[in-house]
Design a protein around this ligand. Structure first.
Ligand code: HEM
Length: 265
């Protein structure tokens, strides 16, 4: 008769970890997806410059997290906006830190985005088949700048007020759409209480939602197309499925890379 040995502490712990993971995997396939993401192949000679995208993503997460905390105390009303910011800075536990992280983090986010974009440009990583990801990146950049612009007004002090007046006036000078854009941003013909709540809604709901969705799409394409090798690499640039040429010179997807010869080179 087979005797059952008592599981060791280690086995019990393993079981306790595996059980919820298996539960989620059986119902969603999520664990497999995450494993695929973490253990996928990338060129052997990727370097630190290729971490700038992840650094930008981290900066976005910091902005989202600190922004949610600030939103718990901030009041988007001309009467209370400035005093609520003072309250956050001076009275709330670690409020100065959270606000400082959000304010300085905004600049870090934009700077990292530009550095990441510069890396992509200098590595030629915007070329086929990554043009669509470059276009999504440009939209992300525009959204990031919009986030900075709308956030600047929220403290409702003299600097933020007049900077926004200038910003809206510049928008208003754009051909054709300018006046409509200025009117939309102001929520009227001049900056008023509605402008503040409008900027707040755009700043904390509309643009972050759009950025999160675009980052999802951006990452989907990064995983699908693979990461490019540096320009000095001896490996073929890019090892994504679309770039592996088949016998007849077309990529596996059936797309032909512009300028591809019959032999796939
Ligand atoms: C919220 C802003 C952004 C985030 C979070 C983000 C994130 C990432 C990450 C994690 C990668 C893969 C790793 C890497 O190459 O660094 C990547 C690749 C890429 N990004 Fe971005 N990115 C952002 C903005 C941009 C911008 C502004 C552009 C260009 C206009 C851009 C274009 C690309 C392209 C073309 C790739 C593929 C590069 C390759 O395969 O080597 N991204 N991005």
């Amino acid at each position: 008769m087979a005797t059952r040995t008592k599981p060791t502490r280690g086995q019990q712990l393993q079981e306790a970890i595996n059980y919820p993971l298996d539960w989620v995997e059986e119902r969603s396939g999520l664990v497999g997806g995450i494993k695929y993401f973490l253990f996928r192949k990338v060129p052997g000679d990727v370097n630190w410059f290729q971490t700038l995208g992840s650094a930008t993503f981290t900066a976005f997460l910091v902005q989202a997290l600190t922004g949610v905390i600030l939103a718990m105390y901030y009041k988007p009303d001309p009467k209370d906006a400035y005093s609520s910011i003072q309250h956050i800075t001076n009275d709330i536990f670690a409020g100065w830190l959270v606000r400082g992280m959000h304010r300085w983090g905004a600049s870090v986010f934009i700077i990292l985005m530009f550095m990441h974009m510069g890396r992509v440009f200098l590595f030629g990583a915007y070329k086929f088949p990554r043009e669509l990801n470059w276009i999504i990146g440009v939209l992300l950049l525009a959204m990031g700048l919009g986030e900075g612009f709308t956030g600047y007004l929220l403290p409702w002090d003299q600097t933020s007020y007049w900077a926004t007046v200038v910003g809206i006036n510049i928008n208003g000078t754009a051909p054709f759409l300018g006046p409509f854009l200025a009117q939309f941003l102001q929520g009227g013909t001049y900056i008023n209480a509605d402008t503040l709540s409008r900027f707040y809604a755009i700043h904390m709901l509309m643009i972050p939602g759009a950025i999160a969705a675009l980052i999802g799409l951006h990452m989907y394409l990064v995983i699908r197309l693979g990461v490019t090798s540096p320009p000095w690499s001896k490996e073929a640039a890019g090892t994504g499925p679309l770039e592996q040429p088949s016998q007849n010179g077309t990529a596996r997807s059936g797309l032909t890379r512009p300028g591809t010869r019959k032999d796939g080179r």
